[in-house]
Write a protein that binds this ligand. Structure first.
Ligand SMILES: C[S@@+](CC[C@H](N)C(=O)[O-])C[C@H]1O[C@@H](n2cnc3c(N)ncnc32)[C@H](O)[C@@H]1O
Length: 256
């Protein structure tokens, strides 16, 4: 039986039994192999833009399921899929900008799939903003520990596929210009994590505060002449993060 890492297991847990799945940027192929092995997904597609990763997936298939054939495809992003060919598309372990570029390439095709599970390694805020600005609803979020990192997993559906309005979408559309700072924070720390009382949320925010405090410290000790504006921005960010931390510690979160 394939043993998934906590990160891949968290992604697998978001797949509903019976859903067909394409894993874009599959690399080792463990996620789709496991979805097939456990019987959760009747059809899985392993897709990658590079030959090396697909060879890795082939080697793993030969090791774990000798003689079993899997659907391996080579090509960039969603180019390897037909319109609506699978229920759920997983794009994990890539940067948020690359993920949004893949989604933007052929928006009609992108919106032909029922659901996305995305796990951006960076630029998470950029990806959320892209999703919201391009007709997607963020329906679920989850944090998962991987070594010293806390990974963010985002579930999204397009407005072609669901009438559901994502929680984050509603908050962003309600925010006015005065609330821009708060709205920015919602894009960085999803309100869904508060609503669901994600067990890693406090640590996730604390880590952001630690990073910003270090930035502030080095700004204050630096000699650059234009630093006062940057110091103000950094202090404001720490204040906003502290506000979010307080809410997460108090388990208080509601629509405002
Ligand atoms: C770090 S691995 C992630 C592997 C796996 N998805 C995971 O989360 O563990 C990123 C993979 O994405 C692939 N990749 C990068 N750009 C891609 C693209 N435009 N389309 C498909 N795959 C891509 C790379 O070849 C690599 O195998």
């Amino acid at each position: 039986m394939i043993k998934l890492s906590d990160r891949l297991k968290a992604i697998a847990d978001l797949i509903n039994p019976g859903e067909t799945v394409a894993d874009i940027g599959t690399d080792h192929g463990f996620l789709p192999m496991s979805l097939w092995e456990t019987g959760k997904s009747p059809l899985v597609i392993l897709s990658d833009v590079n030959v090396g990763p697909l060879k890795k997936a082939e080697t793993n298939i030969a090791k774990y399921f000798p003689g079993q054939s899997f659907d391996l495809r080579i090509g960039s992003g969603l180019q390897t899929l037909e319109h609506g060919e699978v229920d759920t598309v997983v794009i994990a372990g890539m940067g948020g900008i690359l993920i949004s570029d893949i989604l933007a390439e052929d928006i009609n095709k992108t919106k032909s799939f029922k659901r996305y599970i995305l796990q951006p390694r960076n630029a998470q805020k950029y990806l959320r903003a892209w999703l919201i600005n391009n007709g997607f609803h963020i329906t679920d979020e989850k944090l998962v520990r991987e070594g010293k990192f806390i990974c963010e997993i985002i579930s999204a559906v397009s407005n072609n596929q669901s009438a559901e309005t994502g929680y984050l979408n509603q908050l962003i559309s309600k925010s006015d210009n005065e609330n821009k700072e708060q709205c920015d924070m919602y894009l960085e720390i999803s309100p869904i994590l508060f609503v669901k009382k994600d067990p890693l949320l406090v640590e996730f925010i604390e880590n952001k505060i630690k990073i910003e405090l270090n930035i502030l410290k080095s700004l204050k000790s630096g000699v650059k002449s234009d630093k006062s504006h940057k110091i103000k921005l950094s202090e404001d960010r720490i204040k906003s993060l502290m506000k979010f931390l307080k809410r997460s510690l108090a388990n208080e979160y509601e629509y405002e």
